[in-house]
Design a protein around this ligand. Structure first.
Ligand SMILES: NC(=O)C1=CN([C@@H]2O[C@H](COP(=O)(O)OP(=O)(O)OC[C@H]3O[C@@H](n4cnc5c(N)ncnc54)[C@H](O)[C@@H]3O)[C@@H](O)[C@H]2O)C=CC1
Ligand SMILES: O=C(CO)COP(=O)(O)O
Length: 332
């Protein structure tokens, strides 16, 4: 049993906090929103971000005080919207215990720098590779909050530390596999959100299984190529964090990215879809970062490019698909 702190009490931060508490750990949530801290601490609820949970476990509390949150924590989980991770974590620099393992749940690429979350977290906290882990997989928060059976993958350059994190989040309904492929895990989690935007858009526009399968399969090829160029192990893309998460995210209205895309497909503007979104749709800012990363690594990213035109120019779903596939005859 460990003292574990979760930074960010959004939908996934809170649901994962419950998993950790169910696994027998003492869990402290830190959030920037005083009303959410008060709700978790005084009422064992997170009405704003995770209303589906009627009562959070008794071994879960919350604070808005940064130093108090991380003092004596053996494991620190980061579940903050990816584009704000750098600015939020900078406030924790110097407060993190020297032997704590820092674990990212975030699925995004930083806009402007094109950096993965392992790079952002390690840079900001000045953390060695063996004290950073990422958790990613088919993990829709609302299902896990209701304790539906699910699995995930923990990646750390130190397999022993990956095992420590896996053990800390193992319950009778939640299983964690381990890997040392941090880059692969990060790339899978971030890039599948862009694919989910496109699939959601096609569904929202009224297209069926063939169109969805085409986007998912070509999307998987795109994220695998980009991941490999960044140094990932191709096997990771065929596993839970790759195909697994793609299936969950591209097939569920519980996904914010899928829903954001579906709203675009139904004719909402980007602004309207943003206002309708229940939480962060990471694929939106990540799309441009993926296009830029593709250029940097010399890997074509037709799907991310087509989606970037949807987001910046408002092209329609059929224009997006025409842009995506073109008319040239190419090998699969
Ligand atoms: N919801 C889900 O099913 C899953 C989400 N994820 C990933 O986990 C991450 C967090 O997602 P959710 O908790 O669902 O999102 P959310 O939209 O419910 O919450 C986002 C969190 O970021 C925090 N935040 C934003 N700006 C901040 C700042 N400047 N300082 C401090 N905190 C700030 C918010 O306070 C909030 O707690 C995302 O990267 C997401 O892709 C991963 C797996 C599943
Ligand atoms: O990552 C997720 C499922 O694995 C959650 O997807 P959304 O962020 O689109 O809700």
């Amino acid at each position: 049993m460990s003292k574990i702190t979760v930074l960010g009490a959004g939908a996934w931060g809170t649901a994962f906090g419950q998993v950790l508490a169910d696994a027998g750990n003492d869990v402290t949530m830190w959030a920037i929103e005083p009303d959410i801290v008060e709700d978790i601490r005084d009422r064992r609820r997170n009405e704003a971000r995770l209303p589906v949970v009627e009562q959070l476990p008794a071994n879960m509390t919350a604070t808005g005080d940064r130093a108090e949150a991380v003092a004596d924590a053996q494991i620190i989980i980061v579940a903050i919207a990816a584009q704000f991770a750098r600015v939020a974590l900078a406030e924790f620099k110097g407060l993190i215990p020297a032997d704590a393992i820092v674990v990212s749940l975030m699925k995004g690429i930083e806009r402007g720098t094109n950096k993965r979350m392992d790079e952002v977290v390690r840079e900001t906290l000045d953390l060695p590779a063996d004290r950073f882990a990422a958790v990613s997989g088919p993990n829709l928060s609302k299902e896990i909050a209701q304790r539906h059976p699910a699995a995930t993958v923990v990646a750390c350059e130190s397999i022993d530390n990956a095992r420590k994190i896996a053990e800390a989040c193992t319950t009778d309904y939640f299983k964690a596999f381990v890997t040392t492929d941090v880059i692969g895990l990060e790339m899978c989690g971030s890039l599948k959100n862009v694919v989910a935007l496109a699939v959601g858009m096609a569904r929202g526009a009224g297209y069926g299984e063939n169109t969805a399968a085409m986007i998912e399969t070509r999307g998987l090829a795109e994220l695998t190529a980009l991941g490999q160029a960044a140094g990932a192990d191709p096997k990771t893309f065929a596993g839970l964090a790759g195909v697994g998460d793609l299936i969950a995210t591209c097939g569920s209205p519980l996904s914010r990215n899928y829903t954001f895309g579906a709203n675009l497909g139904k004719g909402l503007s980007v602004q309207e879809a943003t206002e309708a979104s229940n939480g962060v749709a990471e694929g939106v800012p990540t799309t441009d970062a993926v296009v830029a990363l593709g250029k940097e690594l010399g890997v074509p990213t037709p799907l991310a490019y087509a989606m970037s035109r949807v987001l910046s120019e408002g092209i329609s779903c059929s224009e997006m698909l025409t842009q995506l596939f073109g008319r040239d005859i190419t090998e699969e």
